[in-house]
Design a protein around this ligand. Structure first.
Ligand code: 5RP
Length: 265
């Protein structure tokens, strides 16, 4: 039984590591040449697992980061760093690995706890397969129950007050502009010069919970389905991207990002 905070922290780290090594074993085939690397603390183990394959395997591969953190990880591991902006039109990554803040039963995700969600969605959308690597704390039946800080939304700073108004109208409970990192005054500024708003909504329904006999999921009484909420959020003027990575149809509408093919816990 886990009794102390230290023991719990150790368990979480062990879970992240296990998930990462398993995901790389299952989804990084030796013939792959272009690999997306996401952001966050779990991805550190993904890069460890890749580096452990050795240069015989990895020297033929190029690695595409989602921000400065994964860029540094790739370089520190001695892997070949490339940029998604240089990936020619018509080409795709073979696979992208990334973490998540919460994962529901349908493998819909909340992402953006590290404020890299826009680049993360672009890299995910550029990959044939998107593999979500997450420890056991991230799993929930419905998004909004495990990650309680809200859905991260990247916004143009000048639009932030209007976006906050609209989010409140849609039923978000106390949406807030994310503050800067400790010691930094003002709002957090993303790699794209944008701000992040964290918007907590009541736990989101899955599409299968809505429709005939189910709840509407269209925001009535503050109840949203994942896809309906994502569609509504991305249409708010001033919203650049949202931290909902969701089912196939919705993803095509919002960003083209693919549904994760696997999540490990
Ligand atoms: C960053 C992300 C991360 O993948 C997410 O926050 C998970 O991070 P961690 O692995 O540290 O729990 O979306 O924008």
């Amino acid at each position: 039984m886990v009794t102390t905070v230290e023991e719990q922290a150790k368990l979480v780290e062990a879970s992240k590591r296990l998930a990462a090594f398993q995901a790389v074993k299952d989804y990084l085939l030796p013939e792959y040449t272009r690999i997306g690397i996401g952001s966050g603390s779990t991805v550190v183990y993904v890069v460890d697992a890749i580096a452990a394959l050795g240069p015989d395997v990895t020297s033929k591969m190029a690695f595409y980061p989602t921000g400065s953190q994964s860029e540094e990880l790739i370089e520190a591991a001695g892997l070949n760093l490339q940029y998604i902006s240089k990936l020619p039109a018509g080409k795709q990554l073979d696979v992208a690995f990334d973490g998540a803040d919460e994962v529901d039963d349908d493998l819909n995700l909340i992402k953006g706890g590290g404020a890299c969600l826009w680049q993360e969605k672009i890299v995910a959308a550029s990959a044939k397969q998107f593999v979500c690597v997450a420890d056991f704390r991230k799993l929930s039946a419905r998004l909004g129950t495990a990650w309680k800080k809200g859905i991260p939304i990247e916004v143009l700073p000048m639009a932030a007050p209007r976006v906050l108004d609209e989010l409140q109208r849609m039923g978000a409970q106390n949406p807030r502009i994310r503050p800067g990192l400790p010691g930094k005054a003002g709002a957090i500024v993303t790699d794209n010069g944008m701000w992040i708003i964290d918007a907590p909504f009541a736990p989101l329904l899955l599409s299968k919970d809505t429709g005939t006999g189910g709840q509407a999921g269209d925001g009535t009484n503050g109840t949203w389905a994942v896809d309906a909420l994502a569609d509504a959020l991305i249409k708010i003027p001033g919203v650049a991207e949202i931290g909902l990575f969701y089912g196939k149809n919705g993803l095509q509408v919002a960003s083209g990002a693919q549904k994760p093919v696997a999540a490990y816990f």
